[in-house]
Write a new protein. Structure first.
Length: 391
């Protein structure tokens, strides 16, 4: 041996390396004689590794990669035990096979089908699936840790006016609920609609606010509700889910306001086109409902009239503000039917009542829903971070 490499004559090294001679680099090959090809287990194991490393990066590709790695390491373990009789090589390869088995079980568990009750399944498909919320995220949202499912019989109240606190958010699963204000019907609530979205959104700053309306079950109902504190705790960890819920609540509020559009009458007798205060900061004096003007006058002169439960600038708080009182509507209706007496002017001529302005034709509810609501949601910077994607 060149350079006096006497350690190459050791018996144990000769048995391990076989007939191997070392040469100076550049002067020839390192091995004069090559061993025979290894067992077929060795080649099949490496083939499994090659297939595992070219697997795609999706969920199915991850399952295939873990399965191929398990097979490869098991074959390597068998080769180490049978061919080279190396317990250390066998131990390492068998340990890697066990680790990949655990990874495979975890991947299969994450891909398991998540099923819900028919009521929750309908809510998921109609409200959350269009926003690409996964079933695992929705399951966490409706889990017993954050939400509860309750039932109401016909005539029972979900919230009573001036009594119930606005510290929760309810979603109707089945049945029908009516919203009342001083025994006056405002609008119905149907399945997959929030029960108290206006109150929930308007009382963020003060959780001690009370409902300004009564929400009473018209039929047997089931509803899902979250406490505000539980939702806020969940939204800190699930930011995307928080954005989706905020968008759905805003859309529900918009739908409720537009459903009451026919109940709003201006001082001239025409219908008022409602816009959310987030888009329109204030309503014009000529287009302000009489009940809002009365409320503002009462606020300016509290000695003549008691203050109302909500402020006129409250954007989403009280639905009953949007409807005139029943007595006022009845009085106006009787005045139109019977005719008002003509006032006498100073020259003896009778003053004729002003001519009625014709009502402008309003778009249908379908047009309002498809054009007004969607255009507002698309242009609003607050909720534009969630993109609605059709399947």
């Amino acid at each position: 041996m060149p350079f006096g490499l006497g350690w190459t004559n050791d018996d144990w090294l000769e048995e391990l390396t076989g007939n191997i001679t070392f040469h100076i680099p550049g002067g020839g090959t390192w091995c004069d004689q090559w061993r025979d090809p290894q067992n077929v287990l060795y080649h099949v194991a490496n083939t499994c590794f090659a297939l595992a490393y070219v697997a795609p990066t999706n969920s199915n590709g991850e399952l295939f990669m873990q399965a191929a790695l398990i097979v490869g390491f098991i074959l390597f373990s068998a080769w180490s035990w049978e061919s080279i009789c190396a317990p250390d090589a066998f131990s390492w390869n068998f340990g890697f096979a066990l680790l990949n088995m655990l990874q495979l079980f975890h991947a299969v568990y994450r891909l398991r089908p998540v099923k819900f009750d028919p009521e929750l399944e309908e809510v998921y498909r109609n409200l959350f699936q269009p926003f690409k919320v996964t079933r695992i995220q929705f399951k966490k949202l409706v889990s017993a840790e954050f939400a509860q499912i309750m039932s109401l019989h016909a005539g029972e109240a979900y919230a009573m006016q001036s009594l119930t606190r606005t510290d929760r958010l309810g979603l109707l699963l089945s049945g029908k609920v009516n919203v009342m204000s001083d025994h006056q019907f405002l609008h119905p609530i149907l399945p997959c609609e929030f029960l108290d979205s206006p109150e929930f959104e308007s009382s963020r700053a003060n959780v001690d606010d009370k409902f300004k309306v009564s929400i009473i079950a018209a039929t047997s109902c089931r509803y899902l509700f979250w406490q505000r504190t539980a939702l806020e705790y969940l939204f800190v960890k699930e930011t995307y889910l928080a954005t989706v819920v905020s968008t759905i609540v805003a859309r529900d509020i918009t739908t409720k306001l537009y459903s009451m559009n026919s109940k709003i009458v201006t001082g001239k007798g025409s219908h008022l086109d409602i816009r959310l205060p987030a888009v329109t900061s204030s309503l014009g004096a000529k287009a302000t409902p009489r009940i809002l003007r009365q409320h503002r006058r009462a606020k300016q002169n509290p000695s003549t009239s008691p203050p109302s439960h909500s402020t006129a600038t409250d954007p989403l708080g009280s639905r009953e503000r949007l409807v005139q009182s029943p007595a006022k509507e009845k009085k106006d209706k009787e005045g139109k039917e019977n005719g008002r007496p003509e006032k006498q002017m100073g020259n003896g001529r009778a003053q004729r009542p002003p001519e009625m302005e014709p009502l402008t034709e309003l778009p249908s509810m379908d047009d309002l829903t498809t054009s007004g609501v969607e255009s507002w949601l698309e242009s609003s910077s607050k909720y534009h971070s969630c993109e609605i994607v059709d399947e």
